[in-house]
Design a protein. Structure first.
Ligand SMILES: [Zn+2]
Length: 195
């Protein structure tokens, strides 16, 4: 299948990003078509080893880069449903965080996996030492990204990125997370309106 790469103009903030040649090539974001032909929904960070059919478009990170944003300790956030569990995430997303002054030495969560039904932590789940650039949404429920919500890139461990808690089934679902302390993350614009 042919991957459809689209070269949209950069956002002003995206224009000022300092990217290596490798990041320029690898840091791309995938959107999926919706029923409305003008609306594409955020799907995932691009993984070069995946095949994306004609329902997807792939755009450079400069086109969707919003800003570096601060968050407070205790911020509640969750994974995005439908994004793949990537056992070998590109190190470029971590470097993009690092290049923007965001430390990626440890998982930003408090180490717990919170049950959205009880707001208590599940037993038996822990962080791993393997940190990646996770894409998340605010709130207490892993969900499909809808128009109007925001997508953030934040350093989390692969357990928080991929575990399924309760009877949720899907990778990275059935729980939500809280940040351990104040920090920064990257905002990616979540949907495209193509004229
Ligand atoms: Zn973790």
């Amino acid at each position: 299948m042919e991957n459809k790469h689209i070269y949209l103009p950069s956002t002003e903030a995206g224009e000022s990003l300092k990217l290596t040649h490798e990041q320029e090539h690898l840091c791309k974001v995938v959107y999926k078509k919706t029923d409305d032909p003008k609306i594409y929904r955020f799907h995932d960070l691009w993984n070069p080893i995946n095949d994306y059919n004609e329902e997807y478009i792939i755009v450079p990170v400069r086109s969707v880069f919003g800003s570096v944003q601060g968050y407070a300790a205790g911020m509640e956030f969750a994974n995005i449903i439908g994004s793949k569990d990537d056992p070998n995430p590109s190190s470029s997303w971590l470097k993009l965080l690092t290049n923007n002054g965001i430390a990626c030495t440890e998982c930003v969560t408090d180490g717990k996996f919170y049950d959205p039904k009880t707001n208590k932590a599940f037993d038996g789940y822990k962080c791993s030492d393997y940190i990646l650039g996770g894409h998340i949404i605010l709130g207490c429920e892993a969900k499909i990204v809808e128009k109007g919500s925001s997508v953030y890139l934040i350093p989390i461990c692969n357990h928080h990125n991929s575990y399924a808690c309760g009877n949720s089934g899907g990778n990275g679902t059935g729980f939500y997370m809280k940040t351990k302390s104040d920090g920064n993350c990257i905002l990616l614009k979540n949907y495209l309106q193509c004229d």
